[in-house]
Design a protein around this ligand. Structure first.
Ligand code: 1GP
Length: 253
């Protein structure tokens, strides 16, 4: 049973079983500028973006609630928290990725922050989706690497990513997120996505450094069920059109 089930996870698993793909746009509360945000929301609505993920490795302003209110007023797309730590929680979202950083060996991010946030989440109306978060080397040191104080899995070690994802699934985590980190110069490789998606049956999220519709499509062909794009859309919101078209047009190879 999914805590506070609002159909978000069910929607993802049903889409996966039909071979359909999904797109999430990541909003970092620190980086969002109002004008670009309005443009992004209008485009996301007209292009049928499936989810907004909200979060960042380091949120230094107190705009999380305001951001959620502003998005909600303008756009009905589901809001899913993607928190970098247990301060980034709000009842104003629809759901939360309850992330365990299973590629790392930092107990705080494997279980510590979860213990702190569990009572808040238990009382909250948020749909809670436990997610095995796997950080892959993205070619530059990303904020998440530094802030999490963990080593990413080397980009060419598909077998380590597979074993990590398998362990996450066997521990009962309901999704796996392969992330090269926001702003990665080297996104997760198709070969790693293919290997991981062949090994687990839970939905597979892939993000970090996706900048083109071609890479989005290649990730979907390799087995990603949901792709996440942040930086590239922050820089050029009009990219939503091409990337969402690539997701909607996806046909299994
Ligand atoms: C980061 O996967 C997300 O956690 C998105 O990455 O900002 O590089 O698109 P980008």
């Amino acid at each position: 049973m999914i805590p506070n089930d609002k159909g978000l996870y069910k929607g993802l698993t049903e889409a996966k079983s039909r071979g359909e793909k999904r797109l999430a746009i990541l909003f970092d509360p620190d980086k969002m500028r109002l004008k670009k945000m309005e443009q992004t929301l209008d485009l996301a609505l007209s292009c049928g973006v499936d989810y907004f993920f909200i979060g960042g490795s380091l949120v230094v302003n107190d705009m999380l609630d305001d951001l959620l209110i502003q998005i909600r007023q303008r756009c009905p797309v589901p809001l899913i928290l993607f928190p970098g730590n247990s301060f980034q929680l709000s009842y104003r979202a629809d759901g939360i990725l309850f992330l365990s950083l299973i590629s790392g060996r930092n107990p705080e991010l494997l279980i510590g922050q979860h213990v702190i946030s569990a009572p808040f989440l238990k009382m909250s109306p948020l749909e809670i989706i436990s997610t095995g978060y796997i950080l892959i080397d993205g070619g530059v040191q990303t904020a998440v690497q530094y802030m999490s104080n963990t080593y990413p899995i080397p980009a060419n070690k598909d077998d380590i990513a597979v074993c990590t994802a398998l362990a996450g699934e066997l521990l009962g985590l309901r999704m796996i997120y392969l992330d090269a980190g926001s702003g990665a110069t080297m996104p997760v490789s198709e070969s790693m996505i293919e290997a991981v998606s062949g090994a687990v049956s839970v939905p597979l999220i892939v993000g970090g450094g996706i900048r083109t519709p071609e890479k989005a499509a290649a990730n979907l062909r390799a087995g990603a069920d949901l792709i996440v794009v942040g930086n590239a859309i922050e820089k050029d919101p009009s990219l939503i059109r091409e990337i969402s078209a690539a997701v909607k047009d996806f046909q299994p190879a």
